[in-house]
Structures are given as C-alpha cells and as structure tokens.
Design a protein around this ligand. Structure first.
Ligand code: FE2
Length: 301
C-alpha cells in the first residue's frame, strides 16, 4: 500500500501519487498514459486523472501496480471496485490482459486465452482471488505457458489450483523445475490446434513465444513495441546471446501475425505485412552479430 510519507516530489499536486517504492516497471504508464510518466528512476503523476475514462485507467494502474506504489489521498471505493471488476481486460475476442502484475516478475504482463478445448494462461499474474474466480467462470486453466524464467511469478499456485499443465523450456527449467511439460531444443511445436510454441532463445536461453491462430504472438521479453521510438525493440536489459536473439527474431519472419503481446514493453496490433516490415527494421537496427554476450542496457526485463 502506497504511503504519503514516501510520496515522490515529482508527482503533480492532487489526489493520486506514486511513492518511492516504485520499481519503474512501466505497468502504470501502459494502463494510464494520460496520468503517469517516467521520471528518472520512477514513475510519477504528471497529470491528475479527470473524467471517467482517466479515473478508470488510473485506478486500473493502482490495482495492477506490482508493488503497491500508487495511492490516493482520498480513495474512491466505487471507482476502485469498477476498476477491479475490469480485470482481466478483454483485448480482442478471446484474448485478455490479466492485470494484477506481480512484483516477482518485475511487473510483467500476463495474458489469458479463452479456448473451447481448454484455456491458456501466458505467464503468471499475482495470485488474486478475483482472477481465480474469473478464470474458473471461464472454464479454468488447462495450460500455463511460461515464456521464460523471469516471469513465472505465481504460476505454481495457479497450476495447483486449476490442475494446469505448466510449459517451460528445458534451458529455463530451473525457474519451474516441477513443470509438467518441458520443451526441448529449438524446433517449433504444434501444442494444440491453433497453438504453436516457437523457441526464441536470446533474452534467455529458454525463451519461447506462443503463436495463436496466426494472429497473436505472445513474446515474453523477447520483443515488444517501444511507444517512444515507434518501433519494435528486442530484449535489451538482459541479453543471453545477441546472436541467438537475432536468429530467433529472423525466424519469426516465417510466420504471419498481427499482435505482439509481451511481458515487458508495449503491446502492438498492426496489419501482418506492416508487422513483417517492423521485424525487418528492428533486425536492421541491431548491431552486427557478435559472439555471445551478457549485457545490461535498457528496459525490457
Ligand atoms: Fe525477462
């Protein structure tokens, strides 16, 4: 719970504030860009939310914040309840963003795919009763797809509750050693009708993407949209292998998709041909392939 005594001086005056426990994960800025901005090593309020839409988004950010760093001087219980009821947020058709990001995954986004032959959870949100109830109403969770070792969060609890099959790559298995389905090697797997698992080593050795219906690509921390630069960006905070990262990205040119749904970074929806152009562009911008390196350079965790 946010504390007024830790209120950051970078917040503009008013009801909403961010305190110094903020980890600068970007969740609030994605959910409520009209109110939150990056300011040094933290997020802060640059515009107090006004009107129903901005207030709703600000309360969504408050609830999704993985470390409870967002507070209000005077809480609005009704608005807060409305925002809580909005999770998981439907992005399109059967695709949902869960909210309730977890501090255990540095605030990574997680997603829910509603499917008649069994629902999928892509990475894990905080274990939250509200989400458990909604998932249950929608038929539970059959598969829990873990994009990579960083974003496991409360996957074990969700899997236990729903009897879900956890899927993780062998190279990242240390993060979930008792996973039921361990993916080996770099081959693409048809996991279920409409679902393809594509190993994309680079950010980590065991990073994987999930392609659904040749439309939605869940990328974990392999790749995200950068709203500031107006283009795709590859994992930059940590790179296990630059060479593998580029090879994995190039391999995605084989596929057609319109959505990128990442763990960290922005989601993007583009026509498939434009998405391919953006993929080519991000590869052109990368440095020449080099030997494997480990680096800490940026924001994608
Ligand atoms: Fe990561």
């Amino acid at each position: 719970m946010a504390s007024l005594t830790k209120r950051l001086p970078t917040n503009v005056c008013g009801n909403f504030f961010v305190d110094s426990t903020c980890i600068n994960c970007d969740t609030c800025r994605q959910l409520a860009p009209a109110s939150f901005v990056e300011n040094g090593e933290f997020s802060s309020i640059y515009h107090q939310p006004g009107g129903v839409r901005e207030l709703h988004q600000a309360y969504q950010a408050l609830l999704a914040c993985p470390v409870g760093s967002i507070g209000t001087v005077v809480p609005d219980k009704a608005q807060r309840q409305t925002a809580a009821s909005s999770f998981p947020v439907q992005l399109e058709a059967e695709i949902f963003y869960n909210g309730y990001n977890s501090g255990k995954s540095f605030g990574a986004n997680s997603y829910f795919i509603c499917h008649p032959e069994g629902n999928w959870l892509v990475d894990s949100p905080r274990y939250q009763r509200r989400l458990v109830d909604v998932f249950e109403q929608k038929g539970g969770v059959k598969y829990l797809f873990l994009t990579h070792e960083d974003d496991v969060a409360d996957a074990g609890r969700y899997a236990k509750y729903f009897g879900a099959t956890r899927i993780i790559h062998r190279a990242d298995l240390a993060a979930m050693p008792d996973a039921e389905w361990v993916v080996e090697g770099r081959g693409v797997l048809k996991a279920a009708p409409g679902f393809r698992i594509i190993p994309v080593p680079g950010h980590t050795a065991g990073s994987m993407a999930l392609l659904y219906k040749d439309r939605y690509l869940f990328t974990g921390d392999h790749m995200a949209w950068d709203r500031g630069a107006g283009g795709l960006r590859l994992a930059t905070r940590y790179v296990w292998s630059e060479e593998a990262l580029q090879r994995s990205t190039a391999s995605l040119l084989t596929y057609s998709f319109e959505w990128i749904l990442p763990g960290h970074g922005d989601r993007i929806h583009l026509p498939a041909p434009r998405m391919k152009d953006e993929l080519r562009r991000v590869l052109e911008r990368r440095p020449a392939r080099s030997s494997e390196r480990r680096a800490a350079q940026g924001q994608v965790g």
